[in-house]
Design a protein around this ligand. Structure first.
Ligand code: AHG
Ligand code: MN
Ligand code: MN
Length: 333
């Protein structure tokens, strides 16, 4: 018999003591919200959800209608259950406190409601990324600084990719498991357990159009890959770039590879494009839980203590030996 997400969560709680009841509820609610977002994504033009809104987020990016819809779905689903103290989102300037009319819980939920926004209108895979932290002990009134915890403090992380299939990928610190949405049943069904990323790969994912802006270590690494069999690596590499982190990471969890969004000279004062708390931390933990690695070139991403909510970071993640190599080029140029 197939295992639904609900059954999986109950069994994890019983057997491994990994998931307290409040966290189970949280994961059920997040999964339900993802189901609803998946439904909107699938409707596309028929649901009037394509195109841009007339607003910008704190990063100065024009919001798409689906960025806003997905953000609202996640808030509406999560605010009343009593499992959360507050939420933070890539699409909201400041944290969202659970309104006083609802009971409050111990957890903090962070999300990139819709990742890969540039792919919405062209019908290419997009997704939702989320991360859960615990409210620090003794804190009554949560404020932004309570969110500023390193990724190593996450209690659960995951993403849902809306592609040809809708797939939910989860870790609670006990490996990585994948669930596929069964639309007839309306539930997520466990389809892949104990995901492992091979240590070696012949595939890299990076936005090559930024090459002239990269730093030397990244240029050197990619240049060596491009030399293929005749170069120092002695093998041919393939390049894949979907421009939805969620889909690029999903490919890496499925068959290995290395994904990079490095610092570049376009905006030298920013440490990178991707957001530490909504994108890099949850993805880094998933990748590590699957036997891969994630660094910013100099240190493990999960060790970075954020100084602000919307902090950005340079990202190198995926197959262990490749991440080690690129990181080595940064540390010993
Ligand atoms: P978002 O849609 O949440 O803003 O994130 C987009 C991110 C990430 O998913 C992707 O890897 C990258 O931006 C794409 O950047 P390019 O525009 O450089 O391809
Ligand atoms: Mn994103
Ligand atoms: Mn986004």
């Amino acid at each position: 018999m197939s295992t639904s997400l609900s059954r999986y969560l109950v069994e994890q709680q019983r057997a491994k003591g990994k998931i307290p009841p409040e966290l189970r509820l949280l994961l059920e609610v997040v999964a339900r919200a993802c189901k609803s977002i998946s439904h909107s994504v699938n409707k596309g033009a028929l649901g009037g959800v394509l195109g841009s809104a007339s607003t910008e987020n704190i990063q100065g990016e024009v919001q798409k209608k689906l960025d806003i819809i997905a953000n609202e779905v996640l808030i509406d689903a999560n605010e009343w259950g009593g499992h959360l103290a507050a939420m933070a989102s890539e699409e909201m300037d400041s944290i969202y406190l659970v309104p006083n009319r609802y009971p409050k819980g111990e957890y903090l939920l962070l999300f990139d409601p819709l990742d890969g926004s540039s792919n919405i209108d062209v019908n290419v895979s997009i997704g939702t990324i989320f991360s859960v932290l615990k409210k620090p002990d003794g804190v009554e009134d949560v404020s932004e600084k309570d969110f500023l915890q390193s990724g190593s403090q996450q209690v659960t992380a995951g993403y849902c990719v809306y592609g040809p299939q809708t797939t939910l990928v989860l870790t609670v610190g006990n490996g990585v498991d994948m669930f596929t949405l069964d639309r007839e049943q309306g539930s997520f069904v466990l389809t892949h357990e104990g995901i492992q990323i091979p240590a070696d790969t012949k595939e890299f994912a990076i936005n090559m159009s930024n090459m002239r802006h990269w730093d030397d270590p990244v240029k050197k690494y990619i240049d060596e890959c491009l030399q293929g069999k005749e170069g120092p690596r002695g093998k041919d590499f393939n390049m894949r770039w979907i421009a939805s982190m969620v889909a690029d990471v999903h490919r890496i969890l499925t068959r290995g590879g290395v994904f990079m969004y490095p610092w570049d000279k376009r905006e030298p004062s920013k440490p990178g494009k991707l957001r530490l708390m909504y994108e890099a931390n949850p993805m880094s933990w998933l990748v590590e839980q699957a036997g891969g690695a994630a660094t910013n070139g100099k240190q493990r991403i999960l060790d970075i203590v954020p100084t602000q909510l919307h902090e950005r970071v340079s990202v190198i993640l995926g197959s262990n030996n490749e991440v080690e190599r690129v990181t080595g080029y940064h540390l010993k140029p």
